[in-house]
Design a binder for this molecule. Structure first.
Ligand code: UT7
Length: 331
């Protein structure tokens, strides 16, 4: 059986930098609170005149393809992770496909929030391992800032979430390396702990003035519950990946956790007893970009030379659903 290997990564973030000081001007918050509770110093918010989920994904994908030494026409299939698609339907996968000029190839959308990129990677990995496709573009892209309540009422979420896109090119290889395993989990009991309620389909009227007044289109999060579950599930799913591959935590060369909150990453780092240089964080500059956070971090880590041939890379995520997931990769 073939293996699948990441042969190129790329990312794109909107130009507009929003600092904590900028947020102090629009809501009752402080730089100190945000840095202490989340580690975030600044984040990127999209420009409605310029950025869409699909065109940010296109920019990230083009970089990933260039880094892989491929052209768009080499791609056989697209797996696109986002919970903030440009349209209610169809998903953004087909929009990315169109922007890349790849009409005809399949495009699958994944809606697993912060775990979305690992779910997408897992699906792509299975398609390659079974021989169905040779080269798959795996993307995570989000525009969260337009669903945030930027008043003081929404401050515990709106200081965290942000926008951006990341991509990876996955290709079949005969080498004994690449994606070693992926592990996917979910617990729908907690679906409403972190969600955007509308536009839901199970209502008599999908859109009404009352609904708009109720602000059910904004992101709602019970941060404390999410935090408590995250720190347990992150460690659990990393251990699961290591056990499956008969490896120890000391074997990990670089852990790239979903950038949920720097405190969560640091908690996991402590649980796993990993030194600073073995954990990659960039939430300080990009905030929490949901499905885009892991591919952005992976792409940046590659650019900085922190991912080397034969390194053991562990990706791990937790988020809305609840969903959680990990991937262990021999680079
Ligand atoms: O991507 C995966 C999904 N998301 C996450 O992983 C997020 C997980 N959760 C978290 O990161 C944290 O729970 C938050 C950062 C969201 C909140 O931090 P916390 O330490 O859990 O704070 P809290 O919600 O318990 O609030 C503590 C206080 C409250 O004031 P009182 O009631 O103690 O007077 C809040 O009103 O902090 C207040 N607060 C703020 N103050 C200034 C909440 N947000 C802010 C803010 N600025 N932005």
């Amino acid at each position: 059986m073939k293996n699948s290997k990441i042969i190129g990564t790329g990312h794109y973030v909107p130009e507009q930098i929003v600092t904590n000081q900028d947020l102090e001007k629009i809501m009752d918050t402080t730089n100190e609170w945000i840095v202490e509770r989340t580690g975030i110093q600044e984040r990127r918010w999209f420009d409605p005149e310029k950025d869409t989920v699909a065109n940010m994904a296109t920019k990230a994908s083009k970089k990933a393809l260039k880094n892989a030494g491929l052209v768009a026409q080499d791609v056989d299939f697209i797996v696109f992770a986002t919970i903030t698609p440009d349209y209610f339907f169809p998903g953004s996968g087909v929009l990315l496909q169109r922007e890349l000029g790849l009409q005809g190839i399949g495009a699958l959308d994944i809606r697993n929030a912060c775990s979305g990129f690992i779910y997408a990677l897992s699906v792509a990995d299975q398609f390659i391992k079974t021989g169905m496709y040779k080269t798959i573009l795996v993307v995570g892209a989000e525009i969260q800032s337009s669903a945030l309540d930027k008043s003081t009422e929404g401050r515990s979420s709106s200081v965290i979430f942000a926008d951006g896109a990341g991509a990876a090119v996955l290709q079949a290889t005969q080498e004994q390396k690449g994606i070693l395993s992926t592990h996917l989990h979910a617990d729908g009991d907690y679906a409403e702990e972190l969600y955007v309620k509308d536009p839901g389909s199970s209502r008599k009227v999908r859109l009404s003035k009352e609904l708009l007044d109720g602000a059910t289109f904004n992101l709602t999060m019970n941060g404390n519950t999410v935090f408590k579950h995250a720190v347990v599930r992150f460690a659990e799913v990393i251990h699961e990946a290591l056990a499956q591959n008969k490896m120890q935590k000391e074997d990990i060369d670089l852990l790239i956790p979903h950038q949920a909150n720097l405190r969560i990453s640091q908690f996991v780092q402590k649980q796993m007893n990993l030194p600073d240089e073995k954990v990659y964080n960039n939430i300080m500059h990009f905030g929490n970009t949901t499905a885009a956070s892991i591919p952005i971090a992976l792409s940046e880590a590659c650019e900085k030379g922190k991912v080397k041939d034969n390194d053991l890379i562990c990706l791990a995520a937790f988020g809305s659903g609840f969903t959680w997931a990990s991937a262990l990769i021999r680079w």
